[in-house]
Design a protein around this ligand. Structure first.
Ligand code: AP5
Length: 217
């Protein structure tokens, strides 16, 4: 008999640590990490039409339209590596995306199993995003809280690290506003569904991982 797939939705404001923790959880649980932000950035670096379209929203800190995002996720989840399930990072992000995700999972006899909501105060979010260094492979560092062994160099492949265009302070503040306006209603949606579990994202990275593993066990 086939094992039932597991779907975990990481919820939280920009900079809460969704990407950092989603990567670790996916590896520990043998699931695929699906980050809509990373998928858009990959498309942008490959100069696809989708990448160009997404970038015009991302640089302003706005959300990419729902239909475009949902179609991209549908295609990603249809690939064989997602057969055991996925840790969703940055999706769903609007009530329309959450509804479409329920429908999509129902078609494959799946459901959202756990929704860790990582909460972190706004002032900490700004500090985290302004010190974030990214690798082109999607690994995430922080100048102070999670530094690479050598400044501005990826530990794994030695490539140069970069700062995201949308991590400029003014764009960060707008992204936080967009989160409160468009994404935070999902907290109540998943609380009602009985899948939400609140995680204190101000603790150290390793402690947050332990709390998450306990929450999704
Ligand atoms: P996306 O890439 O998803 O960005 P985001 O949701 O704004 O989240 P971030 O990646 O900024 O933060 P995070 O929570 O992953 O934090 P991280 O782990 O990196 O989206 C970017 C854009 O793409 C959107 O604005 C939108 O335009 C578009 N988009 C994406 N998905 C979409 C969708 N579904 N619909 C429409 N549009 C979409 O950590 C942050 C920093 O803090 C790092 O430096 C890290 O090292 C550090 N850190 C992490 N945890 C800790 C800790 N516990 N203590 C100290 N430091 C920590």
């Amino acid at each position: 008999m086939n094992e039932k797939a597991t779907y975990i939705v990481m919820l939280g404001p920009p900079g809460a640590g969704k990407g950092t923790q989603a990567k670790i959880l996916a590896e520990k649980l043998g699931l695929v990490h699906v980050s809509t932000g990373d998928l858009f950035r990959e498309n942008l670096s490959q100069e696809t039409e989708l990448g160009k379209l997404a970038s015009s929203f991302m640089v302003r800190g706005e959300l990419v339209p729902d239909d475009v995002t949902i179609a991209m996720v549908k295609e990603r989840l249809s690939r064989p590596d997602c057969a055991r399930g996925a840790v969703m990072d940055g999706f769903p992000r609007t009530p329309a995306q959450a509804g479409a995700f329920e429908t999509l999972l129902a078609e494959i006899d799946g459901k959202v199993d756990h929704v860790p909501f990582i909460s972190v105060p706004n002032d900490v979010l700004v500090e985290r995003l302004s010190g974030r260094w990214m690798s082109h492979s999607g690994r995430v560092y922080h100048a102070l809280y999670n530094p690479p062994k050598v400044k501005w160099v990826d530990d794994v492949d030695g490539s140069p690290l970069y700062q995201r265009e949308d991590d400029k302070p003014e764009t960060v503040l707008h992204r936080i506003k967009v989160y409160y306006d468009q994404t935070s209603p999902l907290i109540e949606f998943y609380r009602q569904a009985g899948t939400l579990v609140e995680i204190d994202g101000t603790k150290e990275i390793e402690q947050v991982t332990e709390d998450l593993l306990e929450a999704v066990a």
